[in-house]
Design a protein around this ligand. Structure first.
Ligand code: OSB
Ligand code: MG
Length: 368
C-alpha cells in the first residue's frame, strides 16, 4: 500500500444539545476529517482534537499543523507498506496522539478496504455486537437529569455515565440510585477533584457505581493510586493514559482497576491494541470512550470495540443522540437491547456522505 494523497477537511457540525463537562460546554464540533488515498483504496479517519485545549493540549489547529508540517513529510519519506508500520514511524514526534490517530486510522480503513475485509475483523475483533452506554453531561437540575436518563434507559442503553464536578456529584447520584437501584451506573469527573476531596468522594461508595472515571488531574497517575486505596469504587483512568507505558505504570501501582481506551488519546489502533493486550493479560477490563465523534470516528470506535477485552459497555452510542443528520450512511443505530451490530462491508463499513461532507467543509487542504 502506497500513500498518495491526504485531504484534511475541517467540518462544522452543531450538536443537537449542548454537552457540559467539568471543563466546559460544547455546542458545535469543529471536526478534522482525514481522507487518505493510496494506490489501492481510499480510507477515512477522524481527528478527535477539540476546539479548545481543555481535555488535552491538542486542538484542531495543532493537529492540522502537526499533520501537514511533521507527519506528512515522515510518511512521504518512509515507504509505508502497511498501517501497522505507521505508529513506529511516527514515534519521533512526541505526543500529538490525536493527530497521529487520525491519519493512522484512515490508513487502517484504506488497507482493510484494499483487502476487501471489514476493519473490525482486520484489527482482530472477535465480537459482532458491542454493548453500548451513554455519557450524560452536567444538567441544570436533578429533574432534567432523571428525564434524560429515563429516555436513554428506554432506548435500551446498558450503562449510564453522568459527568460530575464539585457541587454536582453526590446528590445527582443519590437521586439516580433512588429511582433506579439496579442499573449499571458510573460517573466521570474529568479531573475535577484533588486528593483533598478523598473523604468527599468516599460518599460515592454507597451507591455501588461500576467505576469513577478520572477523578484527579489529567497528568497524574500517582495520586490516583493513593485515592484508589481509600475508595471501594473502582477508579477508571481516561485522561492520564497516553501510552502503553502509562498503562503499565498505572497497573503496577494500582492506580486504577479499569481503563477507558480512546484511540485518539493513545495515538491510533496499534497503540490501542498494545494497551488492550496488556490489560487483558493483567485481568483489567477496558472499554471504548467517546469524544463526541461524527460518524467516521464513531465507525472507527465500533471497529476497535470488537476486540475481546472490551467487555464493558463503551461511550459509543447512536448518531442521532448527537447529530440531526450524520455524515455517514447508514447512520449508527443502537438495538433495543443497547448494542450496535457491526457491519460486514469492507473497512469502517459505513459510507462517508461526500456531498454532505463537502457542504459542511469550512477549510480544506490537500497534501500530496
Ligand atoms: O471524558 O469521556 C470523556 C466527551 C468529550 C471529552 C471527554 C469525554 C467526553 C464524553 C463523551 O464523555 C462521550 C461520547 O462521545 O459519547
Ligand atoms: Mg472521560
Amino acid at each position: 500500500m502506497r500513500l498518495k494523497k491526504l485531504t484534511l477537511r475541517e467540518i462544522h457540525l452543531p450538536l443537537i444539545a449542548p454537552f457540559q463537562t467539568s471543563f466546559g460546554t460544547s455546542n458545535l464540533r469543529r471536526i478534522l476529517l482525514l481522507e487518505a488515498e493510496t494506490d489501492s483504496a481510499t480510507g477515512w479517519g477522524e481527528c478527535v482534537a477539540g476546539e479548545d485545549p481543555f481535555y488535552s493540549y491538542e486542538t484542531v489547529e495543532t493537529a492540522a499543523h502537526i499533520l501537514r508540517d511533521h507527519i506528512w513529510p515522515i510518511l512521504k519519506k518512509h515507504e509505508i507498506n502497511s498501517a501497522a508500520e505507521i505508529s513506529d514511524a511516527l514515534a519521533p514526534i512526541r505526543g500529538h496522539n490525536m493527530a497521529k490517530a487520525g491519519i493512522e486510522s484512515a490508513l487502517w480503513d484504506a488497507e482493510a478496504k484494499s483487502l476487501n475485509i471489514p476493519l473490525w475483523k482486520y484489527l482482530g475483533g472477535t465480537r459482532e455486537e458491542i454493548p453500548c452506554g451513554v455519557s450524560i453531561g452536567i444538567q441544570p437540575n436533578i429533574e432534567t437529569l432523571l428525564a434524560k436518563v429515563e429516555k436513554e434507559l428506554s432506548a435500551g442503553y446498558q450503562r449510564i455515565k453522568i459527568k460530575i464536578q464539585p457541587g454536582w456529584d453526590i446528590k445527582p447520584v443519590e437521586a439516580l440510585r433512588e429511582r433506579w437501584p439496579r442499573i449499571r451506573l458510573m460517573v466521570d469527573a474529568n479531573s475535577a477533584y484533588t486528593l483533598k476531596d478523598a473523604a468527599h468522594l468516599q460518599q460515592l461508595d454507597r451507591f455501588y457505581l461500576i467505576m469513577i472515571e478520572q477523578p484527579l488531574s489529567w497528568d497524574d497517575i500517582h495520586d490516583h493510586a493513593t485515592l484508589q486505596k481509600q475508595l471501594d469504587t473502582p477508579i477508571c483512568l481516561d485522561e492520564s493514559i497516553h501510552s502503553l507505558a502509562d498503562a503499565q505504570v498505572a497497573l503496577n501501582i494500582n492506580a486504577c482497576r479499569i481503563i477507558n481506551i480512546k484511540m485518539g488519546r493513545v495515538g491510533g489502533h496499534t497503540q490501542v491494541k498494545r494497551i488492550h493486550d496488556l490489560c487483558m493479560e493483567k485481568g483489567i477490563p477496558v472499554w471504548c470512550g467517546g469524544m463526541l465523534e461524527s460518524g467516521i470516528g464513531r465507525a472507527q470506535n465500533i471497529a476497535l470495540s470488537t476486540l475481546p477485552n472490551f467487555v464493558l459497555p463503551g461511550d459509543v452510542s447512536a448518531s442521532k443522540r448527537y447529530w440531526a443528520e450524520d455524515i455517514i450512511s447508514p447512520e449508527v443505530e443502537v438495538t433495543p437491547h443497547g448494542t450496535i451490530k457491526v457491519l460486514q462491508a469492507p473497512g469502517i463499513g459505513y459510507e462517508p456522505r461526500r456531498d454532505r461532507i463537502e457542504a459542511l467543509t469550512k477549510k480544506k487542504e490537500v497534501l500530496q
